[in-house]
Design a protein around this ligand. Structure first.
Ligand code: FAD
Length: 496
C-alpha cells in the first residue's frame, strides 16, 4: 500500500511498537498521528478529574518525545485536538490513506473510541488494530481470554508453562513521510464534514498544561523521582535502575519500602503510557540475568509484569463489571456514600498517620508505593466502608501511572470484590509499624509528627496531654484527631 496513518494511543514509543513497525512494513509512507480528545480529560461521574496535573504533564512530555524520535527518523508526528472519530478519518481521507494502524486496548472507553473511529472511516480505508501493551500476546495465551482463571496464581503458572514472550520489534531506522502535501481538493473533502481545517501539512502544536487549565505541578525533594515523560526518559530510568544502580539483584527484598528512588523500579508511568514496552523490558531483564545475576529478585520483576498482564486480560474478560460496586463476583456488600469521610481520606486528613502520609505523597507527587496503595485502599473500603469506586476514581485523577485495568482491578481486589475470593483487610496500624518501623516515612510526609517515637508517630492518639506537650504536638491543631477509633474498628473487623 502507498500510505498508512499510524494513530498513536497508549503506545507512545518507537521501540518494540508493532503498530508502527507493521505500518512501515506495509506502506511506502506513514503519517503518525496523536489526538488529544477532550473526553480524555474533564470530570468523571464521581466528581473527580479524569486526568490531573501530574499525568497531563507526563502525557504532554510523552508526545513531545515521540515527535522528537520520529523527526530524527525523517518522519513527523501530527498532533490534533478533537474527537478521535472526527480527526482520524479526516486525516486518513486527507492523505488518501489505504489503512489506519492503531493499538487496541481492552478498556471500555478505549474500545468505544476504536469502534467509533472504525465506523467513521471510509470503506476504502482498512482499520488494522494491534495488541501491543502486554508481556504475553493475547494470541499466545494457553487459554482464551474469556475462559481464563479469575485467580492470579493458576493463571500465572499456566502462562509461564504454556506461553512464550515474543521478541521485541526493533525501532525503525527511518520513518518515510509523505513527500507531498495533499491536494486542496482532498483537504476540502476531508474538512467538509470535520472540524479540522488544516488536516495535514501543519504538524500541529502540542498543547500546554495551561490549555488544560493546569499550572505546572510543584516539585518536592521528597518525591521518589522526577517522572519525566517519554520513551527516552523511560529508557534512562531503566538504565539507571538496572545497569548503573544494579538494583534489580535485590528488587524483591526492597520493593515494599517507602522512601527513595530505588526501592522499586518506578517503571509504571512509562509502562502505563506505553513509552516502555513490557516485552522490551523483559529482554532487558534477560540481558541483566545473563550479564549480572539471575535470582529470585530478577524473576520477581517479571512476576510483577505478569500481575500487570493479569489485570489487562481480566478486564477483557469481565468488561464493565470491573467498575461495578460489587465487583466481578457480585459480592454482597453495602458501601457508605459519606462525602465528608471521603474528602478527609483524599486530603490526607484522616488522623491516621500512615494513611495521611501516603495520600499526601500522592497529592503532591502523583506517585505512591504499592504498599501505600494497598493500605490507603483498604482503609477507605474496609475501615471506613466508603465506596471503593470513589477511591479508584480519585487515583485515576492523581496517579501519574494510572492504568484503567491495573487501577480498577487492584482497587476491587483490595476492597474484597475483585480477583480474590478471600476478603482480607489490611490492619493499617500494624502495616505501618512493620513497613515504617522507624516512622521515617510518616515523619517525612507529616512534619508535625517528625521525631516522635514510632509508637506515637503511628498511633498519636495514644499520647496524653502531657506527652503531647512534651513532644510539642497538639492533636487537633498540629495534626488532626483520628476520624474513627481505628483500633476498635480493626477489632470489630477481626471478629466479623
Ligand atoms: C489500589 C491500587 C491501585 C493501583 N493502581 C495502579 C495503576 O493505576 N497503574 C499501575 O501501573 N499500577 C497500579 N497499581 C499497582 C502497583 O501499585 C504499581 O504498579 C506500582 O506501585 C508501581 O511502582 P513500580 O513501577 O516501582 O512497581 P514495581 O514494583 O517496580 O513493579 C514493576 C511493574 O510491574 C507492574 N506491577 C507491579 N505491581 C502491580 C500490580 N499489583 N498490579 C498491576 N501491575 C503491577 C507495574 O507495571 C510496575 O511498574 C495499583 C495498586 C493498588 C494496590
Amino acid at each position: 500500500m502507498e500510505t498508512a496513518v499510524v494513530w498513536f494511543r497508549d503506545d507512545l514509543r518507537v521501540d518494540d511498537n508493532p503498530t508502527l513497525a507493521d505500518a512501515l512494513a506495509a506502506a511506502e509512507e506513514v503519517v503518525p498521528l496523536s489526538v488529544f480528545d477532550p473526553r480524555a480529560s474533564g470530570e468523571t461521574r464521581y466528581g473527580t478529574e479524569k486526568c490531573g496535573t501530574h499525568r497531563t504533564r507526563f502525557r504532554l512530555e510523552n508526545v513531545a518525545d515521540l515527535r522528537g524520535s520520529l523527526r530524527e527518523r525523517g518522519g513527523e508526528l501530527f498532533v490534533r485536538k478533537g474527537h478521535v472519530e472526527d480527526i482520524v478519518p479526516a486525516v486518513a481521507r486527507a492523505v488518501d490513506a489505504d489503512a489506519v494502524f492503531a493499538q487496541t486496548k481492552p478498556a471500555t472507553e478505549e474500545l468505544e473510541a476504536e469502534y467509533a473511529v472504525r465506523d467513521a472511516l471510509p470503506d476504502s480505508v482498512d482499520f488494522r488494530r494491534r495488541w501491543t501493551h502486554t508481556l504475553y500476546h493475547i494470541n499466545d495465551l494457553p487459554t482464551r481470554y474469556d475462559r481464563i482463571d479469575d485467580t492470579f496464581t493458576p493463571w500465572r503458572k499456566e502462562v509461564e508453562d504454556g506461553a512464550a514472550v515474543r521478541d521485541p520489534v526493533p525501532a525503525p531506522e527511518t520513518v518515510p513521510a509523505p513527500d507531498s502535501v495533499p491536494s486542496p481538493a482532498t483537504l476540502q473533502a476531508a474538512s467538509a464534514d470535520s472540524p479540522v481545517a488544516d488536516v495535514v501539512g501543519d504538524p500541529g502544536d502540542i498543547p500546554t498544561l495551561a490549555d488544560f487549565g493546569f499550572d505546572e505541578p510543584p516539585t518536592d525533594d521528597r518525591a521518589v523521582l522526577e517522572f519525566e515523560g517519554g520513551e527516552t526518559a523511560g529508557k534512562r530510568r531503566v538504565e539507571s535502575y538496572l545497569w548503573e544502580g544494579d538494583h534489580l539483584r535485590e528488587y524483591k527484598q526492597t520493593r515494599n519500602r517507602l522512601l527513595g528512588a530505588d526501592y522499586s523500579s518506578k517503571f509504571s508511568p512509562w509502562l502505563a503510557a506505553g513509552c516502555l514496552s513490557p516485552r522490551w523490558l523483559h529482554r532487558e531483564v534477560q540481558r541483566y540475568e545473563e550479564q549480572r545475576v539471575a535470582n529470585e529478585d530478577t524473576y520477581w520483576l517479571v512476576f510483577e509484569l505478569a500481575w500487570r498482564d493479569f489485570f489487562q486480560f481480566q478486564f477483557l474478560k469481565h468488561g464493565t463489571d470491573f467498575f461495578a460496586p460489587n465487583g466481578i463476583r457480585d459480592v454482597e456488600k453495602r458501601w457508605d456514600r459519606d462525602r465528608a469521610a471521603f474528602h478527609r481520606w483524599a486530603d490526607g486528613e484522616t488522623g491516621v498517620p500512615f494513611v495521611d502520609a501516603n495520600m499526601r505523597e500522592l497529592n503532591r507527587t502523583g506517585y505512591m508505593s504499592n504498599r501505600g496503595r494497598q493500605n490507603v485502599a483498604s482503609f477507605l473500603a474496609d475501615a471506613l466502608g466508603v465506596d471503593w469506586r470513589w477511591g479508584a476514581a480519585y487515583f485515576e485523577e492523581r496517579l501519574v501511572d494510572y492504568d484503567v485495568a491495573s487501577n480498577w482491578g487492584n482497587w476491587a481486589y483490595q476492597a474484597g470484590v475483585g480477583n480474590d475470593s478471600r476478603d482480607n483487610h489490611f490492619d493499617v496500624l500494624s502495616q505501618a509499624e512493620y513497613y515504617d518501623d522507624d516512622a521515617a516515612y510518616v515523619g517525612a510526609w507529616l512534619p508535625a509528627l517528625d521525631g516522635l517515637p514510632p509508637e506515637y508517630a503511628h498511633r498519636p492518639w495514644q499520647m496524653d496531654d502531657d506527652e503531647q506537650a512534651r513532644y510539642g504536638v497538639e492533636l487537633g491543631i498540629d495534626y488532626p484527631e483520628s476520624m474513627i477509633d481505628v483500633e476498635a474498628r480493626y477489632a470489630e473487623l477481626r471478629n466479623q
